[in-house]
Design a protein around this ligand. Structure first.
Ligand SMILES: *Cc1c(COP(=O)(O)O)cnc(C)c1O
Length: 369
């Protein structure tokens, strides 16, 4: 069997012990004589699995009791619409509400674009002027704004918020798809957070939503049932068939994380891994980080050639990604919208993977002269 170091931004590497356990339980989960994919979601065999995932998540993240946890579908992308609809949607003919958005990259732009179908988005600040390589100042919102949306970690450009904006009474809403469980997060600072599972939580197909209770129930009457938080809350994420297999794998990932020592321990490791890689980049003669220092992500680390000649640059990138893959270091190409290279080093990436990447890059540099 061959396993590589997978630096993909998502779907991304899962912890090996999780995959091994899932493989061992493939034909018989918890002594049921069935695969998790064959078990009824309403049965006594599945209910403990979803309950266990929620309990572990609440414990690991310290989720306060006045927040609900939902396992939904549709990805983070559906939340762009769903959160705006539920938090700020109005009855037909009524005047649209406003909401604050901070523009820090493609995902935050998409959130505002989709949100705009249900709310008037006010872009309070943006880092577009310098190619999204930093996190801008976050102005205090108008206190009548329905919510204040940020992308906590910007997966494509590799920036992260290290200090949360002060929003007063306006609920802070955050896309945490690529940083959930990477560092401690004070959930009580947020009205709602959401994450597609396929980066740091589990497989694609599950979307996690954590919502403060007082924000539930505001969807306009014309909202489709599948898009209403109140219905999903009332039905315990089982309004319809939930993504059972994905929720099961999330449970295994959370158990693995708990055994590792929880979010604090993961954060310590993540800081070590990121520091190793950033300090390598600082000293490299061939590559550099395009991101301004105070805003660098722990999870997604883009890097670009120092050489500024566009043709030599492109050739070097192509060579790098190809030779790295041959050395068992895969998915190092940058996002198709920004180019360059990117190493995504989520919780499941061991320190040895980052060390192997650095060794490879040192040799690559020597060879390139
Ligand atoms: C990957 C990603 C998304 C898109 O997630 P889908 O689940 O594919 O819709 C949105 N926001 C961020 C920050 C992401 O990293």
């Amino acid at each position: 069997m061959k396993r590589v170091y997978n630096f993909s931004a998502g779907p991304s590497a899962l912890p090996l012990p999780v995959l091994e356990r899932a493989a061992a339980e493939m034909l018989d989960v918890n002594g049921t004589g069935q695969s998790i994919m064959e078990v009824s979601h309403r049965s006594k065999d599945f209910v403990p699995i979803i309950e266990n995932a929620e309990t572990l998540l609440r414990f690991l993240m310290g989720i306060p009791s006045n927040y609900k946890v939902l396992f939904l579908q549709g990805g983070a992308s559906l939340q762009f619409s769903m959160l705006a609809l539920n938090l700020a949607g109005v009855e037909k003919g009524a005047l649209q509400k406003k909401a604050s958005y901070i523009e820090t990259g493609v995902w935050s732009q998409k959130a505002a674009e989709e949100g705009a179908k249900y709310v008037e988005p006010i872009i309070r600040s943006s880092s577009k002027d310098r190619g999204f390589t930093y996190i801008p100042e976050a102005p205090v919102p108008d206190q009548s704004d329905a919510f204040y949306h940020i992308t906590l970690n910007n997966t494509i450009v590799g920036t992260k918020w290290s200090k949360l904006p002060k929003t007063g009474a306006v609920p802070l809403v955050a896309d945490v798809s690529s940083c959930i469980l990477s560092e401690p997060l004070d959930v009580s600072q947020f009205g709602l957070i959401y994450a597609g599972a396929q980066k740091n939580l589990g497989p694609a197909g599950v979307t996690l939503v954590i919502i403060r209770e007082d924000l539930i129930g505001g969807a306009p009457s014309w909202t489709p049932g599948m898009l209403r938080y109140d219905i999903h809350v009332k039905e315990g994420s089982m309004y319809n068939t939930p993504p059972c297999h994905g929720i099961y794998i999330i449970g295994l990932v959370l158990e693995w994380l708990n055994n590792l020592g929880g979010v604090e321990a993961a954060a310590q490791l993540n800081r070590e891994k990121a520091e190793l890689f950033y300090s390598y980049l600082e000293n490299s003669k061939c590559f550099r980080s395009p991101v301004e220092k105070p805003y660098r992500s722990l999870m997604n680390i883009p890097f670009v050639p120092i050489d500024t000649d566009p043709n030599r640059r492109k050739a070097l990138e192509t060579r790098f990604v190809k030779e790295a893959a041959e050395a068992g270091l895969v998915n190092l190409g940058g996002h198709r919208l920004v180019g360059g290279m990117r190493a995504s080093i989520y919780n499941a990436m061991p320190k040895a993977g980052v060390e192997a990447l650095i060794r490879f890059m040192e040799q690559f540099e020597k060879k390139e002269g």
